[in-house]
Every structure is written in structure tokens, then in C-alpha cells.
Write a protein that binds this ligand. Structure first.
Ligand SMILES: [Mg+2]
Length: 251
């Protein structure tokens, strides 16, 4: 059995804004809140998915999307799903996996104070810079605070990111980390996350897999990609941009 663990946004599909304006052969992959097609697969992404399907490869989404946002993905995923940045594992029948849920809640408990603290610490600056702050929950428990700028203002988002990172450093809080994407900055636990969910699925349900593929575009995908046999990442993504910009260490 071959299993492909795959991030969704900017890996299997993206919004039109991130595609060349003249691109042909796009396939709708998600709906927006207004019910209209929002993200699209390029012909290459569609070909990859068709190849996985034709080869009998089990495809398991590993996404930051919550259940509501996952419900707007129109691609036909039929196996297990990893949602909420790895805090929720959904079984093929659509039910939340109770064993993994218990494991996550046990780990989230001791992190509540640090999460609350970093949220309080950033609230004032975020508001002054015009960023919207929202607390995200999984299993009815706060696990992430997201700062979103309505116009994706890079300078504002960078200041929020730096302030959050300083706060974590100052507190000596190694259990939380900051991740950044196009229009948002989030603070969340290092673990559990996507890597723990993928390891859980590999151990509990896919121990007979002879090959595990990992697909992702972001630095926050690297830990789960590193927990598989082979990693695949799109050009122009955060992972490759970071690697391309890396300087060889000075000797
Ligand atoms: Mg992504």
C-alpha cells in the first residue's frame, strides 16, 4: 500500500490570485463562503490527483483547515483526514477519531496558560495595526490564535510576527511557535500538530504502508514531511523559497 499525506492549500490547489492570469484548464477544488468556486487545481495538480486515484494510492489530507473549511473542499477525499493543523483526525466514516482526540486534549491542557498569555500580549498591537484577532478551537479547546490583516499588509504582519516571537522568547516558551502565511500570523503549539497526526495514522492504521509520500508547501509542513519516506514540494512555495534563499554556512 502507498499512502500520500498531503497539505491542501497552495499544495493541491490555490486561489486565482496565485496563478498566472492566462492559465487554462483549471478545475474548481473549493467553494468560498459565498458558495462560488474559490480555489482551483492546475492541470498539473489535477494530473497528480488522477495519477494517485488510478494507482490506488490512498490520499490523506493534512491541513490547517477546520471542519467547516474542509467541508468547502470539493475534491473527493474518502480516506482519513487530518484537520485543524493536526489537532483533529477524522475517520473515513466522517467521525472524529476519539483516541487521537484524547491524546490531543491531554497535551493541550498544560499549554492553555501560555496560549492565553501570548494572545493577551499581542492583542493591543494587533488592533493598532488593523489586524483581526481570532481564537481557534479544536475539541472545544483553544489551540491557536490567528492574526489576520484584511489587506495582507506585509509590514503590519511582520511586526505582529516579531512581537509574538519576542514574547515567546522572553517567556522562554519553547512549547509554542509562530507560523506565518500570506495574510496571517498564528501562534500555536509545536506539538501536537501535523507531524504527530501523521505519525499516529502511520502507526495505528497504515503500518503496512510500503511507501509514504508527503506533499506540502509551507515551513509548518516540514515536520510531517520529515516523518514520511519521500517529500514533494511545489516551486515558489514557502519551503523552496526558504531553501533557495539559504546561504551556505560560513566556515
Ligand atoms: Mg499549504
Amino acid at each position: 500500500m502507498i499512502v500520500a499525506f498531503t497539505d491542501l492549500d497552495d499544495t493541491l490547489f490555490q486561489t486565482l490570485r496565485k496563478l498566472p492570469p492566462d492559465m487554462k484548464g483549471l478545475t474548481p477544488a473549493t467553494l468560498g463562503r459565498d458558495g462560488q468556486p474559490h480555489s482551483f487545481c492546475t492541470p498539473a495538480q489535477s494530473a497528480l490527483l488522477a495519477h494517485f486515484a488510478a494507482s490506488g494510492i490512498t490520499v490523506i489530507p493534512v491541513t490547517g483547515r477546520d471542519p467547516a473549511a474542509m467541508a468547502r473542499v470539493t475534491l473527493p477525499f474518502t480516506s482519513w483526514r487530518v484537520l485543524d493543523h493536526g489537532l483533529t483526525v477524522v475517520r473515513p466514516d466522517g467521525q472524529v477519531d476519539p483516541e487521537y482526540r484524547l491524546q490531543v486534549l491531554k497535551q493541550l491542557g498544560p499549554l492553555q496558560d501560555a496560549l492565553k498569555d501570548s494572545t493577551t500580549a499581542i492583542a493591543e498591537l494587533a488592533q493598532a495595526l488593523g489586524c483581526r484577532l481570532s481564537r481557534h478551537t479544536a475539541h472545544d479547546t483553544h489551540f491557536m490564535t490567528v492574526l489576520k490583516h484584511p489587506d495582507a499588509n506585509a509590514a503590519s504582519l511582520e511586526r505582529v510576527q516579531a512581537a509574538l516571537e519576542d514574547h515567546l522568547t522572553m517567556r522562554g516558551d519553547a512549547d509554542l511557535h509562530v507560523i506565518a502565511n500570506a495574510n496571517n500570523v498564528s501562534v500555536l503549539p509545536r506539538a501536537p500538530g501535523k507531524a504527530e497526526a501523521v505519525r499516529y495514522l502511520r502507526e495505528q492504521h497504515f503500518s503496512d504502508a510500503t511507501l509514504t509520500l508527503a506533499l506540502g508547501d509551507s515551513l509548518s509542513d516540514l515536520a510531517f514531511m520529515n516523518a514520511c519516506d519521500l517529500a514533494i514540494t511545489p516551486p515558489g512555495g514557502q519551503v523552496l523559497r526558504t531553501v533557495m534563499a539559504a546561504k551556505l554556512p560560513q566556515r
